[in-house]
Design a protein around this ligand. Structure first.
Ligand code: MOS
Length: 766
């Protein structure tokens, strides 16, 4: 919700509630743990990812990355690269096709495109970060391109970069807004209430830099048809904004840019915005008049795709002796760049989780000379909940109170900063179930009280939170006379089960069997609409549009019936009908109706098609809407070596209706594993003198592996949210939130050591 929509928010309060969705009472497939429709294609290797496509006459590109962080290319020697075998062209700023600067993301207007940085791409000799592309080599094979790229010699004039977060944080400043929300929220007088509080905690929590490591590195294939038509195969979460960005950069009509994204091997925010490789690949294809493939190496992803900012957050909590909060202060500092300007929304969870008469929430930023930071795995909420939920645990110890009780008594009745009602909020219920299933009550709260030989055992808990987002988007729906239905929208499938859950939902809405429905996605030609996989919005956004499309197609079918007065549906109104058994049937006793095939054949039609758009997301303006969870975990810490093992995990969620418990559980497990990575192993090592990432590989950037992860149990309350499409709120990102705090809280319980700086490595426990 942005500052700009606050007027809409006021209007929304006078709007009627959404009507109860009858699907919630009648669904057959929504809620079933069905196999993914692409399971076989994935496990047999038939599912092809962008870099796996081969097309006639394809050339390959490789990038040369700057080895300084700030300054200027003064000389670039490309002769030996040009003479190397198979080389077709070497592009530098001097001979690059001209391109407009990329459109920086503006979440309120996606038609402009969505790039992570607005720096011109290889249009001048200036260098703004270590790793910025300074040349593109195009050759017959990938190996030839990479070999020749190594032969390019660059001379720089180097200037000292702004690189040290620690040195610059004193000069942090308020950004104009934080993802459209105000950077500062003040209620009452929090500093005064802190000073007067009976119990208080006041600490700074530090989180590391993190890099994206989707299993599929970013890749592009670009083909031009003349100078005006561009087709791009791209590994992206957002074909629509990728197309819009490219149209702007190459000054093309948006309808002349087609972006195709078949399967995506993970995105997590790192494939949301546009990064340099995509326009560079298109420019290379233009320059050599051939299709070009640019597939980033793992190191390439570290150099030109941003990750999560380093951050420092002060959380101060003041409470009465009964635990009631009287003051909450959350002030965060994150890093960003002058060319990306993304203030990661770390204070967002604090705006919605606890009641307090006094609050001071503010976020500041510093600018560093690095690759643009970006969205990453619940941006804001994951690092924000680490700080907040660690502090709540600290306050519970201060008060000698159970941390679940402390959270329960501070549960707000209305949204603490927006003052509106919650659409639904089962957080207390999630804790209740979690306490029972995890066996929380038998825990001795005393730190260092539980051992198994040399192993210190601790249990921790923390709240997980992620807001509900829905975008108004379009889908196309076609019903064929043979009974098949096709839903089309340019959505992204990056492993979550997008197609599977949409088929479940569309089949229920239409009242047809699963086999009769297909879902087509990943191609901007399917519909001109800003659907994207980000902010955990995609499932709900598409379901709302499908609901609109099904209503529209039903109306059209009733129009078709009018030509046949003998039809059992003649004269029927839509609200007297049910969609079931492959058609429309009257409700109640007379039960008469026709299948879709009968209606279409009766009208001598092969198919009927509609395009429908869902309405503005008034529900998220009227209500405070989010998914919530309680994350319980157990750790074992070796008393001598500090070796740390997560031994148990339970996550209990309220995310509304669970459309597919199987894919949802997988999704949650993935998020929680990322949370364990954030807590224990992941850290981008950054050389402050040179502003250079020092561990750009999976061998030195440690993501958790199988042995690091225990069985993760996920339970859903599965209570439909009447304000959400089909009752379902988002599940994509909440898994990582609260997870690192839960681990840190368990570590404190096990060892008596409060670690406020991630990752929690052995040295911090010795
Ligand atoms: Mo998500 S970090 O909005 O892909």
């Amino acid at each position: 919700m942005s500052v700009m929509t606050s007027v809409m928010e006021t209007i929304a309060r006078f709007m009627p509630d959404k009507e109860h969705d009858p699907l919630l009472d009648t669904h057959r497939f929504v809620g079933k743990p069905l196999e993914r429709v692409d399971a076989e294609a994935k496990v047999t290797g038939q599912a092809r990812f962008t870099a796996e496509f081969d097309i006639a006459n394809l050339a390959h590109a490789a990038l040369v990355y700057s080895s300084i962080a700030k300054g200027k290319v003064v000389k670039i020697e490309t002769d030996s690269a040009r003479r190397a075998g198979g080389v077709i062209e070497v592009l530098t700023w001097k001979n690059m096709p001209r391109m407009a600067a990329p459109p920086l993301v503006d979440i309120n207007d996606l038609r402009k495109g969505m790039a992570a940085s607005d720096l011109p791409i290889l249009q001048d000799p200036m260098v703004h970060w270590d790793g910025q592309p300074v040349a593109v080599v195009i050759a017959e094979t990938l190996e030839q391109a990479e070999h020749a790229a190594a032969l390019v010699e660059v001379e720089y004039h180097s200037e000292p970069p702004a690189s040290s977060f620690d040195l610059l944080k004193e000069k942090a400043f308020l950004p104009p807004d934080v993802m459209g929300e105000p950077a500062v929220v003040k209620i009452g007088d929090a500093e005064k209430a802190m000073a007067e509080a009976v119990a208080r905690v006041d600490h700074v929590y530090a989180t590391a830099r993190y890099n994206h490591n989707a299993i599929e590195p970013h890749a592009t294939i670009a083909l031009w048809d003349g100078d005006e038509n561009l087709v791009v195969l791209e590994s992206t979460q957002s074909v629509y904004t990728t197309g819009r960005s490219l149209a702007l950069i190459f000054r093309l009509k948006p309808e002349n840019v087609r972006v195709i994204s078949p399967y995506v091997g993970g995105g997590f925010g790192g494939k949301g915005g546009l990064w340099n490789h995509t326009p560079l690949c298109a420019a290379a294809a233009k320059a050599v008049q051939r299709p070009v493939k640019l597939s980033l190496s793992r190191e390439g992803v570290y150099r030109i795709v941003g990750g999560r900012t380093i951050a420092e957050q002060r959380i101060a909590l003041g409470a009465r002796s009964d635990g009631q909060l009287t003051a909450i202060i959350h002030s965060g500092i994150t890093a960003t760049t002058s060319h990306g300007r993304y203030a990661e929304q770390c204070t967002f969870p604090t705006r919605h989780l606890y009641a307090s008469p006094n609050m001071l929430i503010e976020q500041k930023v510093v600018y560093l000379d690095t690759v643009a930071n970006t969205w990453m795995r619940a941006p804001g909420e994951s690092i924000g909940t680490f700080a907040l939920e660690s502090a709540v645990d600290e306050l519970a110890y201060e008060l000698r109170m159970d941390p679940c009780d402390l959270r329960r008594i501070n549960e707000p009745q209305t949204d603490p900063t927006r003052n509106n009602s919650f659409s639904a909020r089962g957080l207390v219920e999630a804790y209740r179930l979690g306490i029972d299933k995890f066996g929380w009550s038998s825990r001795n709260p005393e730190p260092r009280s539980t051992r198994d030989g040399k192993w210190l055992i601790g249990q921790g808990v923390a709240t997980a939170y992620y807001p509900f987002y829905r975008f108004p988007i379009k889908v196309r729906l076609r019903l064929y006379a043979d009974g098949r239905a096709i839903v089309q929208t340019p959505a992204a499938e990056m492993g979550m089960g997008t197609a599977t859950v949409q088929i479940q939902h569309a089949a229920d809405r239409l009242g047809v069997s699963l086999e009769n429905v297909s879902f087509q996605y990943g191609d901007s030609n399917l519909a001109d609409t800003p659907v994207m996989a980000g902010g955990s919005n995609q499932t709900a956004s598409i379901m709302a549009a499908v609901q609109a499309a099904v209503e529209k197609i039903h109306k059209e079918l009733l129009v078709l019936v009018k030509s046949r007065p003998d039809s059992p549906l003649a004269g029927a109104k839509l609200d007297q009908l049910d969609a079931r058994s492959g058609g429309l049937y009257r409700q109640g006793a007379d039960n008469a109706g026709e299948t879709y095939s009968e209606i279409l054949r009766g009208a001598h039609k092969d198919f009927v098609e509609v395009e429908a758009q869902s309405g503005a997301p008034m529900e998220m303006m009227k209500y405070s809407m989010a998914s919530y969870a309680a994350q319980f975990c157990e750790v074992r810490v070796h008393a001598d070596t500090g070796e740390l093992r997560v031994s148990r995990w339970l996550c209990v969620l309220d995310c509304g209706t669970v459309v597919n418990p199987k894919t949802a559980t997988s999704q949650l497990r993935g998020g929680i594993i990322m949370g364990i990575g954030m807590a224990l192993t992941e850290e981008t090592l950054f050389d402050d003198r040179r502003a250079r990432i020092m561990n750009p590989s999976l061998s030195e950037y440690h993501v958790p592996v199988n042995l690091d992860i225990p069985n993760i149990e996920v339970l859903f309350l599965n209570t439909p949210d009447d304000q959400a499409p089909a009752g379902a709120r988002g599940i994509g990102e909440i898994g990582i939130t609260g997870a690192a705090a839960s681990v840190a809280n368990a570590v404190y319980h096990a060892t008596g050591k409060r670690i406020r700086e991630l990752p929690i490595t052995l040295d911090k426990l010795m």
